[in-house]
Design a protein around this ligand. Structure first.
Ligand code: ADP
Ligand code: MG
Length: 348
């Protein structure tokens, strides 16, 4: 799948995290890691630096797996699962009937509405009709990423008539969700992984876990610090593979999430022009401001949502947005690989 490349990136990231710990002079606890391949069409890895026993580590990994498994099903837009109504069920019932869903899905959708408001509509899960046009063209291109067409302007304009998130009607008391526009569809790809990562991290923190890193398809959630109180050395992928540098910069993280949105993994080309997967709601075209955006903040769901939103706005607008929220650090990498960043980031 398209995620093979991502897989190699993730494995390298894990490798980067591992030897840096072991080459320090003082003895550090043994690192334990377990990866899952079944969730969110990507690789999820639980890494322990806590020196836990095998049994303790297994219990933590199992807890993470359960959360990922639950949200994987709830947030799936392509498949339904027996015994559970999910986003696909809600989409299927657009203009038909409200769907009874679990509390977790209600909470997620309410959060997505908050994100919409916070980002001025730049991260909009109700944009499924537009996103699926791009998705289908990208899929047609296949593994070599060389495609033949992009959605027509008219198709995009027509689809954009059906992206009003106010038509997502959430009834908390009844625990139902209804899309009142029959042509509107939800696509939760911009928030889902990070949101699920945060729910897993929350559970671990409730269990008293410290010194763990969750890597959910490249969305990093660092829980606590390393045993010596230090942070983890993490690379920010260079958007241009041909320069021969895997990372454009390296940062030290602790007690935070780090989520990157980029134009270099999920894209296809038509007549030599590259079209990636993050669509600016204002132009209906792949956003054209940056090559990558990395967001650092405690909450992984927020980091994920903001990485998409900041990708779709200028540096000035992005800076104003994060200053209005507070507690957010960002690295912007522009199309020429120039780096701008906020002041609170610790670089290696
Ligand atoms: P990734 O999932 O590759 O880490 P993102 O978090 O930025 O990257 O999410 C991109 C996905 O979100 C796309 O594949 C698409 O499904 C969806 N998406 C793209 N643009 C938007 C947008 N402006 N608002 C909401 N969802 C979007
Ligand atoms: Mg995102």
């Amino acid at each position: 799948m398209a995620y093979k490349k991502l897989l190699s990136t993730l494995l390298c990231l894990i490798l980067l995290l591992v030897p840096l710990s072991s080459c320090k002079k003082e003895k550090e606890p043994e690192i334990q890691a377990k990866s899952y391949y079944e969730y969110f069409d990507t690789v999820s890895t639980v890494i322990s630096y806590a020196g836990d026993s095998e049994g303790e580590f297994k219990a933590v990994a199992k807890a993470v797996e359960e959360v990922l498994g639950k949200y994987h099903k709830l947030l799936d837009i392509y498949y339904e699962y027996s015994g559970i109504n999910n986003v696909k069920t809600v989409n299927k019932n657009a203009g038909v009937a409200p769907v009874k869903v679990d509390r977790e899905l209600i909470d997620f959708l309410l959060y997505a509405k908050e994100i919409y408001a916070m980002t001025g509509g730049k991260t909009n899960i109700a944009m499924g009709s537009v996103l699926s046009l791009w998705h289908d063209c990208r899929e047609d291109a296949g593994d070599d990423k060389i495609g033949t067409k992009i959605p027509s302007e008219q198709e995009l304009i027509d689809a954009a008539q059906h992206c009003d998130i106010n038509n997502l009607i959430i009834n908390k008391a009844e625990s139902t969700v209804y899309i009142s526009d029959p042509k509107m569809q939800l696509d939760v790809g911009a928030i889902g992984k990070g949101y699920a990562a945060e729910r897993a991290a929350e559970l671990l923190m409730d269990m008293g876990v410290n010194s763990y890193v969750l890597n959910i398809g490249g969305n990093i959630r660092a829980i606590g610090t390393k045993a010596d109180g230090g942070g983890w050395d993490t690379g920010i992928t260079h958007p241009n593979k041909s320069v021969g540098e895997r990372y454009i910069t390296r940062v030290i993280i602790k007690n935070t999430s780090l989520v990157t949105s980029g134009d270099y993994e999920r894209y296809y080309t038509v007549d030599g022009v590259s079209y990636h997967h993050i669509i600016d709601p204002d132009t209906l075209m792949p956003a054209n401001y940056f090559s990558s955006i990395s967001v650092f903040t405690w909450d992984s769901g927020l980091a994920d949502a903001l990485s998409t939103a900041l990708f779709c706005m200028s540096y000035e607008d992005g800076l104003a947005l994060i200053e209005s929220i507070g507690g957010i650090e960002v690295i912007w990498v522009d199309k020429n690989y120039n780096v701008k960043h906020t002041d609170g980031i610790k670089f290696k």
